[in-house]
Design a protein around this ligand. Structure first.
Ligand code: CMC
Length: 421
């Protein structure tokens, strides 16, 4: 069987044959038939918008790999900063490379004092931490005169290191401002996740529990990248105009803020709270099937199988609950999963728990307020955005993103003066 596809324009009888590589064929074939012919593909359901070597995802089989390494192996054996190096450079670091990378990131955890004193202090006292975070990431770029030098490899490296190093600092700062607590400076003697937890929670003699430090690191690993999701697509689209990476990352974070993307774990916890008790689960499931509500944390554009990240998070939850005590919402979540996975509505539509179904329960047990959940997603996803941004800049095929539209508005008509309408 030839690995080609032949498309015939029945209006003209003209045909074009192009190769299929890895299940993808170039859409330019359509333009060869007729330069004014376009494919209508809202939300890019059938479009591969980029060629990428970073993350492999097989939604039907429930497989997720970063640079070829299965996500469960990385979650078990690696650390977030090692994974960040892998995503950015394509290979796991050796000891010398890893030490240098960790030192580089650690030396950049502090932020300019004006970010806190002048910028963050200007927010309303009850501003949402994610809104503050998005704006802070964009503002960060204004502090560096090389931010716009995106074609200079050293400036690019500087931006990447700064963003990875400073997003935990920004996140903790936004949280502490939102609850009126004084800012905690980074402690560069701590690991990346421990430093973040310390900035979040330290009051008096606080010490980071090693099990929570590890759980945070695993959650960071699991959220580091997920190929062409909505936020990463936003990063690529904005980056394609050659905007600076801070602005592009802020756009990606804004996409992540939506409840159908990174905001879903917040919605899951609210939903579980509303259900209130495991015995109310069947009635809630009925309301979902009647279209009255949506089962948040279930379903995925790409996974039509159990999200492999959800499996790892479900296991990690037990380690966290041993330290924090069990989150009472867990029983409702387990019941919900059990009922949904046996119900033909969810089975037929291939709706399974996604990464957000259990992550919120861990975050809540670790005392993070629900408003912080999307921020916790944004911190590690920053490296995914940046890896895709670099890949985009190095890809000769990439031009400024500029899709076309299917115009369905009125034909030309003459202006009607106001007194004749
Ligand atoms: N609860 C109830 N029904 C659902 C759900 C759900 N969570 N998800 C999909 N469906 C139904 C949907 O109503 C549709 O039914 P029908 O064919 O009868 O019209 C069918 O399943 C297909 O759904 P869709 O909306 O066409 O699927 P999509 O690929 O456009 O949406 C999704 C994917 C993630 C937006 C959706 O599943 C959803 O809204 N899930 C809940 C929100 C959520 O958990 N989001 C986190 C996604 S994972 C984190 C990330 O990667 O950002």
């Amino acid at each position: 069987m030839p690995d080609t596809i032949t498309i015939t324009d029945d209006r003209t009888g003209k045909s074009v044959t192009v190769p299929i590589t890895d299940g993808v064929f170039p859409s330019s074939a359509i333009r060869e038939l007729d330069p004014n012919l376009y494919m209508y593909d809202p939300a890019y359901l059938s479009t591969a918008a980029a060629r990428s070597e970073i993350t492999y995802l097989d939604g039907a089989a429930g497989i997720l790999r970063y640079r070829g390494y299965p996500i469960d192996q990385l979650a078990e054996h690696s650390t977030y900063l090692e994974v960040a190096y892998l995503l950015l450079n394509g290979e796991l670091p050796n000891k010398v490379e890893l030490d240098a990378w960790i030192e580089d990131v650690t030396l950049h955890t502090f932020i300019h004092e004006n970010m806190r004193k002048r910028f963050v202090d200007g927010f309303h006292y009850d501003a949402h931490p994610m809104g503050m975070f998005i704006s802070s990431v964009a503002a960060l770029g204004t502090f560096y005169d090389d931010a716009k030098n995106i074609h200079d490899p050293q400036s690019r490296h500087n931006a990447i290191v700064r963003l990875i190093a400073k997003t935990p600092t920004l996140a903790a700062m936004c949280y502490r401002f939102s609850v009126g607590l004084p800012f905690n400076y980074p402690d560069n003697d701590l690991s990346y996740p421990a430093n973040f937890l310390n900035m979040m929670w330290k009051i008096g003699d606080y010490e980071v529990h090693p099990a929570l430090e590890r759980a945070m690191d695993i959650l960071f690993i699991l959220h580091a990248d997920h190929e062409q999701n909505c936020g990463t697509t936003a990063m690529r689209v904005v980056g394609s105009s050659q905007a600076d990476p801070y602005s592009a990352a802020a756009a990606a974070a804004a996409a992540l803020y939506g409840p159908l993307h990174g905001g879903a774990n917040e919605a899951v916890v609210r939903m579980l709270g509303d259900i209130g008790d495991a015995e109310n689960v069947p009635a809630f499931v009925e309301s979902v099937k009647n279209g009255e509500s949506r089962l948040m944390g279930f379903g995925h554009r790409v996974y039509k199988n159990y999200d492999p990240r959800a499996k790892i998070i479900k296991e990690a939850a037990h380690d966290v609950f041993e330290v924090t005590g069990k989150n009472p919402l867990l029983d409702i979540a387990l019941k919900l999963e059990e009922v949904a996975l046996e119900d033909s509505y969810f089975v037929d539509r291939k709706l399974y728990p996604n990464v957000d179904f259990y992550s919120g329960l861990i975050y809540q047990a670790m005392k993070f307020p629900v408003d912080m959940f999307t921020v916790l997603f944004a911190i590690p996803r920053t490296v995914g955005w940046l890896a895709h941004w670099e890949e985009l800049l190095n890809d000769k095929d990439q031009k400024i993103s500029r899709p076309r539209q299917w115009y369905t508005g009125p034909d030309e008509r003459d202006y009607v003066p106001l007194d004749q309408r």
